[in-house]
Design a protein. Structure first.
Length: 95
């Protein structure tokens, strides 16, 4: 996945991101850059276009966090267009 695809995913909603840091420690965060999910008082951050760094808002800690696209292990879109839909079957004894 390239940087533009990662940014598009983060702009579409909230995602779970798994990456490694510079010490090869795996981290996971729930993050977004979708304006509708950012607090009104938060300022956006600019990152150089040619940078390999992604900056996203961690919705759990309510802080900006960054990671290198080279260290990305997985990104799963949780909300918004393109999010995986899981079927929930009612527990009424059907089927």
């Amino acid at each position: 996945m390239n940087k533009q695809q990662i940014i598009k995913t983060l702009q579409s909603g909230i995602s779970e991101i798994t990456y490694t840091d510079s010490h090869s420690v795996e981290h996971s965060l729930i993050a977004t850059i979708a304006p509708q999910h950012l607090p009104d008082t938060i300022e956006t951050l600019d990152v150089l276009e040619n940078s390999h760094t992604i900056v996203a808002f961690n919705v759990n800690t309510e802080r900006w966090e960054s990671f290198s696209i080279h260290n990305l292990i997985d990104i799963e879109q949780l909300t918004g267009e393109g999010a995986a839909v899981k079927a929930v079957w009612p527990s009424h004894g059907w089927g």
